[in-house]
Structure formats: structure tokens, C-alpha cells
Design a protein around this ligand. Structure first.
Ligand code: GLN
Length: 467
């Protein structure tokens, strides 16, 4: 534990960690040692991990990278945190991210940007930027993240690590600071698919404290062991294929994912990954996801609408920051919120309350919900008629420089085009490294794998073949 904490200190320039607590970590490490000494350890016993700072933790502060929660400590642990602790993982602390998980570059953190370990001038991606940076820099074996519109897949891609967003409802949201509740889903980041499996399996469990937790999926009880069983079965089937382990696998490649906005080097890396899969026996099928572009306006209506509602709890009374001097109660709330929230969060609250206004609700929110349903139907049709898995890029380009889009906040929104549809549909998807840019400091490129509902184990097995 001490050398791991020293490494975090040595790499503090990355700004990946927001809180560490040596005593807490040492206590967990001692407990893991005891278990191992008694021969009772599991696959995660003693494994160093860390949590995105939107998972509440009894020991460490939980800030959601916001001034609003700068001094907040939760009285309980998030379900994901306690399940991983039960599995023996040792937490090294809490990781930087975009404020309330709103962003694509970790630049919206109230505690400064995290940096990309491949190039300190580049963003690590976001919102789970600290998670991706910590894994890429070797500070932890794995980290938790959350993905509302791409925040596990995109930073994984930009930092050259792997990440999976499971089917919506399979991992508990209890104790996750809420952003867009119908979209928010926790998922791990790590180097390899097999490491992701070790984290995802124990956290894929029904939780009665989360109203959208799925008690039952794919005919089987949604409980620990489901993802591993599916992974093992898929790997066994692959082994029967000998030199062509993926024989018969149909990979859907959506035409809309290879549009003008895609940089040539990302297109090339994805293309060569597809060729690798073909050499393993898979077959490429051209498919269409015609509403891909509409996922941007639909998401940037629905996510802010839900955010504006979720963030109404930060009123200066119940949680977080309260302004020092004020007049009446309304003045106290508005001053506290103006001081506590950063610019991107305020922007989303404004958009969200606007689209939910009487008179605009039908024109924006309801329309966005209709588009959401059509996007989900497009994916369902692709899986029903054409393919077993969908592949494409995660991001249109490699990591940009810190501050590059400072004057144009919606430039980041447009770059989410390949990840948002999956989130709106609630599907599982992952990102694995598939290449590097040719710049002086090469930056990683990610390949996205999208599966049908509850196919996390299969996705991980397909990813494992590439790695
Ligand atoms: N970039 C998207 C946004 O800013 C997604 C963020 C996320 O998945 N948390 O909303």
C-alpha cells in the first residue's frame, strides 16, 4: 500500500487523484493480507483500485469534482464501492473527473484538469478522466467510472486503456452522485478485458435500493457470476474454432460512424482492427444507424433535463456549499448555487430547465424522447437482422490539447457522436486500445464494441481475442 501511495505522490502532476488517505488504504490492505494469509482471498483480494469521485464513500470525501460538495463526506458507501470492498479490492482513494460528470475532457473539474499520461498537454478524456489516467499511468490496476453518454468509453480510448459500460440497470446506481438518472451507468476501466471482467462480475448485482436495478435479465437472475459465466462460455466456444476462433461472428459496421468528422488516423486504426477480427474468422456486415447524428440533440436535451432536476437538491440547506452572507432564503439558495456550481453545470441547468418549461416541453423534451426510442429501435433492428456485435470508433479524433475548446463549449458535445446513441438505448459497450496517432507524442486510439442487451460477457470475450 505504501509504495502505491508513493507512486500516486510521485505522479501528482497528473492530478488524477483528488483524495487519498493512507490510514484508510493501509487498513484495507491489512484486511486483504489477513484474508490471503488464511487462504481465503478471492480474485480481487489486495488488488489496488480507486473510485471516480462520484461514488460516495464513508471514509474519503466525495466532491463530484464540484465546489458545491468540496467538504462533503457521505455517511454510507455506494453499492459499487461496498461490493468491490467485499471482493477484497483495496481502494487507494478518489479520482478526478468532470464536475458532476458533465464533460468530455476532465477540464470541468473544480479542482483543475487531470492530464493524459501519454502527453501532459493533452486531456485524458472525460468525464472519468482521473480513472483513465490513473490506470494508464499504472497507479491502479483498475478504476471505477461512470458513463452517461460516453464517460467510461471515451477516456479509456484517449488514454489507451479498456473500459466497459454495461447494460443500463445491471449495476446499481445507489450512492452514485446523480447526473442523468435514466442514462447513468457505472463501469470499470482497466488495461485488459479480463481485468474488466474481474470488476464487472461482482458489481453486476440486483440492488433493491436502486429503483431501476434489474432484478432479472436474459431469463437468469441478475447476480454475481452472470457476466463471468457468459464470458467463460464464449471463450470455450472460441476455443473450438481453433485458428478461426471467431468463425461466424457477424460484426456490424455502421456507415454513419465513418462520416466526414472522423480523423483519417482514427479511421485507419479502426479499419486495421476490423481486419484483425476478420483474420480471426469474423465477417464484416455494413449496417446503418440512420439516427446517429440525432443522438446529439436528443442527449443534450434529455441529460440536462434530468440534471436540472437532480441538481435541485443542492439548495444550500441539505447538502454542500452555503454562501457566507445572504438576505432571505431565496437569496441564500441562489447565491449558494451560483458560487457552488461551475460554468458547464450552470449551462446544463439552464438548458434543462428551459426544455422542461411549460410551452417548450412538447417541442424539445418530448421530441427528444421520441428520437431516443427510434435510436434504440435502430440498434435492435441491427442486432435482430444483421449482426452479433457492432464495431466502430469511440471518438472522432485523438485527445485534444487542454484548453483547446475553451471558447466553444459545444465543440465537445459534437465529439460525443459515437457514444451517445448507446447510452440513449441503454446498451452495453466497451472501448479497447487499437492504435496510436503518428504525432511526435503518439496518442492512443480506441475501438468501440457495442453489444445487445446483457451481452457484457460476450463483449469481453470478443475484446479479449484482440488483446
Ligand atoms: N460528454 C458527455 C457529457 O458531457 C458524457 C458525459 C458522461 O458520460 N458522464 O454529458
Amino acid at each position: 500500500a505504501d509504495s502505491a501511495l508513493d507512486a500516486i505522490q510521485a505522479q501528482s502532476g497528473l492530478n488524477a487523484f483528488l483524495h487519498v488517505d493512507a490510514e484508510l488504504t493501509r487498513a484495507q490492505a491489512r484486511a486483504a493480507d489477513d484474508l490471503l494469509g488464511q487462504g481465503r482471498g478471492g480474485s480481487l483480494t489486495g488488488i489496488p483500485i480507486a473510485h471516480k469521485d462520484v461514488f460516495v464513500t464513508r471514509g474519503w470525501r466525495t466532491t463530484a469534482a464540484s465546489k458545491m460538495l468540496a467538504d462533503y463526506t457521505s455517511p454510507f458507501d455506494a453499492t459499487v464501492v461496498s461490493l468491490l470492498e467485499q471482493a477484497g479490492a483495496v481502494s487507494l482513494g478518489k479520482l478526478n473527473c468532470d464536475e458532476f460528470a458533465m464533460g468530455s475532457g476532465n477540464e470541468n473539474s473544480a479542482f483543475g484538469p487531470a492530464r493524459n499520461p501519454w502527453d501532459a498537454d493533452a486531456v485524458p478524456g472525460g468525464s472519468s478522466g482521473g480513472s483513465a489516467a490513473a490506470v494508464a499511468a499504472g497507479l491502479v490496476m483498475a478504476a471505477t467510472g461512470t458513463d452517461t453518454g460516453g464517460s467510461v468509453r471515451q477516456p479509456a480510448a484517449l488514454c489507451g486503456v479498456s473500459g466497459i459500460k454495461p447494460t443500463y440497470g445491471t449495476v446499481s446506481r445507489f450512492g452514485m452522485v446523480a447526473f442523468g438518472s435514466s442514462l447513468d451507468q457505472a463501469g470499470p476501466l482497466a488495461r485488459h478485458a479480463r481485468d474488466l471482467l474481474e470488476l464487472l462480475d461482482p458489481i453486476s448485482a440486483f440492488d433493491q435500493r436502486d429503483a431501476t436495478s434489474l432484478p432479472d435479465c436474459d431469463g437468469a437472475a441478475n447476480q454475481s457470476g452472470r457476466v463471468r459465466a457468459q464470458f467463460d462460455a464464449a471463450v470455450a466456444a472460441q476455443q473450438e474454432g481453433g485458428a478461426k476462433p471467431l468463425q461466424g461472428l457477424r460484426i456490424g459496421v455502421p456507415a454513419e460512424f465513418f462520416n466526414e468528422g472522423l480523423s483519417p488516423e482514427v479511421a485507419q486504426a479502426v479499419e486495421s482492427a476490423l481486419q484483425t477480427y476478420e483474420s480471426l474468422g469474423a465477417r464484416r456486415v455494413e449496417i446503418s444507424l440512420p439516427r446517429t447524428k440525432l443522438s446529439i440533440p436528443a442527449y443534450y436535451v434529455i441529460a440536462p433535463a434530468e440534471a436540472s432536476s437532480n441538481l435541485s437538491r443542492y439548495d444550500g440547506v441539505r447538502y454542500g456549499h452555503r454562501t457566507a452572507s445572504y438576505g432571505d432564503l431565496a437569496d441564500m439558495t441562489s447565491r449558494s448555487r451560483a458560487e457552488g456550481f461551475g460554468p458547464e453545470v450552470l449551462r446544463r441547468i439552464l438548458v434543462g430547465t428551459y426544455v422542461l418549461c411549460h410551452g417548450y416541453y412538447d417541442a424539445y423534451y418530448l421530441q427528444a424522447q421520441r428520437i431516443r426510442r427510434l435510436i434504440a429501435q435502430d440498434f435492435q433492428q441491427a442486432f435482430a437482422d444483421h449482426c452479433d456485435v457492432i464495431m466502430g470508433p469511440v471518438t472522432p479524433s485523438v485527445a485534444k490539447r487542454i484548453g483547446e475548446n475553451r471558447d466553444d463549449p459545444t465543440a465537445d458535445w459534437l465529439a460525443d457522436v459515437y457514444t451517445l446513441g448507446v447510452s440513449l438505448a441503454g446498451l452495453p459497450a466497451m472501448s479497447i486500445p487499437c492504435g496510436f496517432s503518428s504525432s511526435a507524442k503518439p496518442l492512443p486510439i480506441g475501438l468501440q464494441l457495442i453489444g445487445d442487451y446483457f451481452r457484457e460477457g460476450q463483449l469481453l470475450a470478443i475484446a479479449d481475442r484482440f488483446q
